[in-house]
Design a protein around this ligand. Structure first.
Ligand code: HEM
Ligand code: HEM
Length: 218
């Protein structure tokens, strides 16, 4: 029966990438305030995984390629319009809205991990970006020591009359992008649930077995 036919959509590397990414992200998030060492290790794992996925998006199997799932804004608009009219179109790979969600997740993960590396270098003097940050640490601690000395001798409130010590912009970037990830993941999982219901298929199972049924309108 043609409508019961199953084909392999997500190759083994996409599936391993996905579930290792879920584990690494969750552990990196949960260890953020507990253990710097484990936080960095699992953050590196996320970085390795997304680097692989960028390459696989170019040279990987058919449905793994960006070319297959990055649609024009017009196609996304059309897809959403039809979706709202409750007649969703079926795509065997990622649908146009889902495709852009994947791109958003990957970009946001890139920002989280790169800002994490910068932060690790500036605050701890560790990690691959540590060399160039040494000067910055000196600048920050010198400015801070200056302020404290000033405060003690004059009794003035810290920072008044002179610039405050340099704020670490990477900390902001890291925190904001990590929290943006939570929002994107919420939308991503919601999209998976809604899409599974609309088409009466189990997308989570498909991300485990790799196989999807070819529906008549695919
Ligand atoms: C337990 C929670 C999660 C479930 C059930 C889930 C499920 C899925 C499913 C079913 C797909 C395929 C969507 C489709 O058929 O179009 C997918 C794709 C994807 N998910 Fe998740 N996901 C979860 C958590 C996450 C998290 C935490 C991240 C990021 C940190 C993430 C990132 C991605 C990415 C990047 C893809 C694209 C896969 C690819 O083409 O390589 N997911 N997810
Ligand atoms: C997906 C990956 C990552 C996530 C979700 C994540 C998330 C977070 C969160 C939520 C915080 C806490 C911010 C706060 O203090 O409120 C944090 C702090 C931090 N992260 Fe990450 N991060 C990731 C990757 C990395 C990487 C790759 C590094 C560098 C090796 C890194 C280095 C740091 C450092 C140094 C801190 C500051 C710790 C502190 O002073 O308390 N992160 N991260």
């Amino acid at each position: 029966m043609p409508d019961n036919k199953e084909i392999l959509v997500w190759d083994i590397l996409v599936r391993l990438f996905h579930w290792f990414l879920v584990i690494s992200f969750v552990v990196a998030y949960l260890t953020a305030e507990e253990s710097e060492q484990w936080h960095a290790y699992f953050g590196y794992a996320v970085m390795g995984l997304i680097s692989f996925r960028m390459v696989w998006g170019v040279i990987g199997s058919k449905y793994a390629r960006f070319r297959d799932f990055v649609y024009s804004p017009r196609a996304v608009y059309r897809y959403l319009k039809i979706l709202l009219a409750k007649q969703p179109e079926y795509y065997i790979g990622h649908n146009p809205a889902g495709g852009w969600m994947i791109v958003a997740l990957l970009i946001s993960l890139f920002v989280v991990t790169v800002s994490g590396l910068k932060l690790y270098a500036i605050e701890e003097g560790r990690g691959p970006l540590a060399g160039g940050a040494a000067d910055e640490i000196t600048v920050i601690s010198a400015a801070y020591a200056d302020e404290v000395r000033d405060e003690k001798s004059t009794g003035r409130e810290r920072g008044r009359g002179r610039p405050r010590h340099k704020e670490n912009i990477w900390e902001e970037v890291h925190e904001v992008s990590a929290n943006l990830m939570l929002l994107l993941i919420f939308l991503h999982v919601a999209g998976v649930i809604v899409s599974s219901r609309l088409h009466h298929e189990n997308l989570v199972k498909a991300m485990i077995t790799g196989k999807k049924k070819v529906l008549p309108d695919a």
